[in-house]
Design a protein around this ligand. Structure first.
Ligand code: NAD
Ligand code: UDP
Length: 344
């Protein structure tokens, strides 16, 4: 069997690094394209070290035509498209940056794919496209009603991909709507590396545990949930990465457009997450209940049956395991990739 080559845009990022490890260990060759706007070349080196295989790394922007023609000079069998900006709050403040990078970047990528007749793409979408859930669990046929510019960029790219597949019946787009990825690779050498104050719960808790932040503010203790704190569907990033390998394989065997949720189907509250992290780190996490955060929903979790039926994928790792692995990454890399403590 010939080895397939996969282009991974945004491969140096949090989910991209974990996915590149799973692709390499599943026998794919990988080309990583990243402009390192939110990541570091060190992350790619660590991927190579875990997998014991080289990545072809290209530094550049998906919107740069010259870079894209260089990337597509080699035969590419399929693309996994992670490259995007992802902070919801920032997307409200800088909408044109978000539409430009996320929608403009996806269009530039599709144009380059069209030129080279590359017809397989796996796209990083998000549960945020559902907006405020009407019923739980969320299945793929729930209405798409984003409530912020970031969510709109994801919904727009979904529509573009739907039309792209309708125009050429040999094309495949697998759109993965992720719930809440957390944790890190069990080696402790790759993980999430936020450059500013983390917006997300998990990296914030990890930074409280390591002593970088005094305490966690829990955004609301009066939600309509069993303990009053927000409930989400947290999935281990290695499970999520494996879901991409399964989606890619499905994409090579099928044509057309598909939305697929990747989540565990289980809800975990903020207080439950704090308790799980405390057990993993054998430390107390200080917290205070604050006001609700604008734009938050009480609860959100996935109906994961499509992923199971179509891809044969289901989350195998627990929130507890994600806390153990995320804590290992945080301890070994207190300053993320900038510290480079586990490199070499
Ligand atoms: P990340 O910021 O760690 O990774 C994104 C990578 O893309 C970074 O390495 C960044 O440098 C690169 N990049 C951004 N714009 C680029 C451009 N124009 N050209 C080339 N490279 C570019 O984010 P992540 O958490 O790994 O997320 C990956 C994808 O998954 C994103 O599309 C994000 O919207 C989506 N997603 C993430 C989450 C989450 O909670 N992390 C949830 C749902 C969806
Ligand atoms: N959260 C919190 N404090 C924080 C960050 C998040 O209480 O510092 C809560 C948030 O209100 C939500 C849950 O943790 O109920 C998950 O938030 P996150 O931003 O990680 O994911 P999202 O809201 O995008 O699903």
């Amino acid at each position: 069997m010939t080895v397939k080559t996969v282009l991974v845009t945004g491969g140096a990022g949090y989910i991209g690094t974990h996915t590149m490890v799973e692709l390499l260990t599943s026998g794919y060759d990988v080309v990583c394209l990243d402009n390192f706007s939110n990541s570091s070349p060190e992350a790619v080196k660590r991927v190579e070290k875990i997998a014991g295989k080289r990545v072809t790394s290209v530094t550049g922007d998906v919107r740069d035509r010259e870079v894209m023609s260089r990337v597509f000079k080699r035969p590419i069998d399929g693309v996994i498209h992670f490259a995007a900006l992802k902070a919801v709050g920032e997307s409200v403040a800088k909408p044109t940056d978000y539409y430009g990078n996320n929608v403009g970047g996806s269009l530039a990528l599709l144009e380059a794919m069209n030129e080279r007749k590359v017809r397989r793409i796996v796209f990083s979408s998000s549960a945020t496209v559902y907006g405020v859930p009407e019923t739980l669990p969320l299945s793929e046929d729930a209405p798409v009603r984003p409530i912020n510019p970031y969510g709109h960029t994801k919904a727009m790219v979904e529509q573009i991909l739907r039309d792209w597949c309708a125009a050429d019946l040999t094309c495949t787009a697998i759109v993965l709507r992720y719930f809440n990825p957390i944790g890190a690779h069990p080696s402790g050498t790759i993980g999430e590396d936020p450059h500013d104050v983390p917006n997300n719960l998990f990296p914030f808790i990890a930074q409280v545990a390591i002593g970088k932040r005094d305490k966690l503010t829990i955004w609301g203790g009066d939600w309509e949930t069993p303990d009053g704190t927000g409930v989400r569907d947290y999935l281990h990033v290695v499970d999520l990465a494996r879901g991409h390998v399964d989606a890619l394989r499905y994409g090579f065997e099928n044509t057309g457009y598909r939305n697929i949720n990747l989540g565990t189907g289980q809800g975990t509250s903020v207080l439950q997450m704090v308790a799980a992290f405390e057990r993993a780190a054998s430390k107390k996490i200080s917290f205070a209940i604050g006001p609700r955060r604008a734009g938050d929903v009480a609860a959100c979790w996935a109906d994961g049956s499509s992923a199971q039926q179509l891809l044969g994928w289901r989350a195998a790792m627990s929130v507890e395991q994600a806390c153990v692995d995320g804590w290992r990454w945080q301890q070994q890399n207190p300053d993320g990739y900038r510290g480079q403590r586990t490199a070499g």
